[in-house]
Design a protein around this ligand. Structure first.
Ligand SMILES: [Zn+2]
Length: 456
């Protein structure tokens, strides 16, 4: 039998408490956390003691919004290399996500523990483009079609359901009634407002930018059924709508109050506007850029063509960079207001679907943007314990306590003092198995950008 492992004398961020605790020891037995002690823990021939005095330990990170089948196997190692031990795929072709979940769980692919939803479910009669973005979409054509579609996904063993932009309230109601709380349902919604969706019983909302938009923007700026996510008008209209939004107005306040009351999970994906936050010039100097997956970059370029946005750059998400800065500031303010009301803030990134920031690194960016809004420790909870609650796995993941999976990060510096310290990651445990983040990054076929002066 494998020896128990003791991580001795650490500073512990457990994912729940508001303060880190010093001089704590953690006992790992197999794939689980066995005990947390302040007496140094067991020693002797049957335990491996790792003295970590001066180091900080926290739960493995959880990215609740990825599209894992749009990148190659090797790209999934970036999650582990950045401490993301769990990810939720919120849109992928059913057979592909199920196969990938199994291969990851067997260790055939190096990467996070994966939860899957199957395809994004739009509503009504739709046709989808060929290629990567088309294959992750499906539609529930009518109210009558909802039970068949939903039950086929549940029977296949999905961990959740993801509803999409064009689904109207009648079809959404039929879908939610069929799910009947068996798995969590989240939505990247538009044709149904967030308030309507919550009243129908949805568990989570994706993208602060998009799902709450129609309840928050000025009435005359709402998008209707004619608005497409694939339109170059989409960011233009919504950025302006965010700039002009009244977050203290009745629509926004009703939404935030309802979200807090029902504990609806707000998956933030603020990183979608990360480039806008610092501007394209600065973004082009970003050192994480060498980890952009080749496949992600190819998708990025094809998406840019669909929205007729040109092909300027790998880092560019298909809309004029720079325009979204004010919108992002407003979205951060919305996160803060919701958090202050007791709402559940959940970190997610949309990585792999859109090329930048790269897998794993995207969640570090998300944490930085969240920390601006709600502070460092709350940002860490959003990517650990709160994220686990969005998966309904709070008893097993996102927290360091006895009985949970031994998904544990060891850091040189304390990220609750500054979330940028997530970059001081030294060791990653997933299910009690240790990985070396620097080794994983060194093994990754990083891109060679001349202007970064880095060899691949
Ligand atoms: Zn997405």
């Amino acid at each position: 039998m494998a020896k128990d492992i003791v991580l001795r004398n650490v500073r512990l961020i457990d994912g729940i408490a508001d303060q880190a605790r010093d001089n704590v020891s953690i006992v790992i037995s197999g794939d689980r956390i066995k005990a947390i002690t302040t007496d140094g823990g067991p020693s002797g021939p049957n335990v491996e003691v790792i003295d970590l005095a001066g180091k900080t330990v926290m739960p493995g990170l959880i990215d609740t919004h990825v599209h894992s089948t749009l990148v190659s196997d090797i790209d999934l190692s970036l999650f582990l290399a950045t401490g993301v031990t769990t990810a939720r795929d919120v849109g992928g072709r059913l057979d592909k996500v199920l196969t990938l979940r199994e291969r990851l769980s067997k260790g055939e692919v190096l990467g996070p523990r994966l939860f899957v939803c199957g395809p994004l479910l739009d509503g009504g009669h739709k046709t989808f483009p060929d290629g990567a973005f088309g294959e992750i979409l499906d539609t529930v054509t009518s109210v009558e079609a909802a039970p068949g579609k939903i039950n086929s996904l549940l029977d296949a063993g999905v961990d959740g359901i993801k509803l999409y932009f064009g689904m109207t309230p009648d079809i959404m109601e039929a879908c939610l009634n069929t799910v009947d709380k068996q798995v969590p349902v989240t939505g990247h919604i538009g044709a149904t407002t967030a308030i309507e969706a919550i009243k129908l019983g949805i568990d989570g909302l994706e993208h602060m930018w998009i799902s709450p938009y129609n309840n928050i923007c000025p009435v005359e700026m709402r998008f209707g059924p004619e608005m497409s996510m694939m339109s170059s008008r989409f960011p233009k209209v919504t950025f302006q709508g965010w700039e002009e939004a009244d977050l203290q107005g009745p629509g926004a306040q009703e939404l935030f109050n309802l979200m807090a009351e029902k504990q609806v999970k707000m998956g933030t994906t603020l990183d979608l506007l990360w480039v806008d936050n610092i501007g394209i010039e600065e973004a082009l100097k970003d050192t994480d850029r060498i980890y952009i997956p080749e496949s992600g970059l190819a998708h990025q370029r094809s998406l840019a063509k669909v929205v007729k946005a040109g092909e300027e750059w790998d880092i560019h998400t298909g809309y004029p960079p720079g325009n979204g800065k004010k919108a992002l500031e407003k979205q951060k303010e919305a996160v803060r207001i919701l958090h202050d009301k007791g709402g559940v803030i959940v970190g997610g990134t949309d990585c792999c679907g859109i090329a930048y920031p790269p897998p794993g690194f995207a969640l570090w960016r998300e944490a930085e943007l969240l920390a601006d809004a709600i502070g460092d420790m709350a940002a860490l909870k959003a990517i650990t314990a709160s994220a686990a609650s969005a998966l309904r796995k709070e008893d097993e993941l996102g927290t360091i306590k006895p009985g949970c999976y031994a998904d544990i990060l060891v850091l040189e510096k304390d990220p609750s003092e500054d979330v940028k310290n997530l970059r001081s990651l030294e060791r990653v445990f997933r299910s009690g198995v240790e990985y070396d983040p620097k080794g994983l990054l060194a093994a990754y076929p990083a891109r060679d950008f001349d202007n970064l002066g880095m060899a691949s």
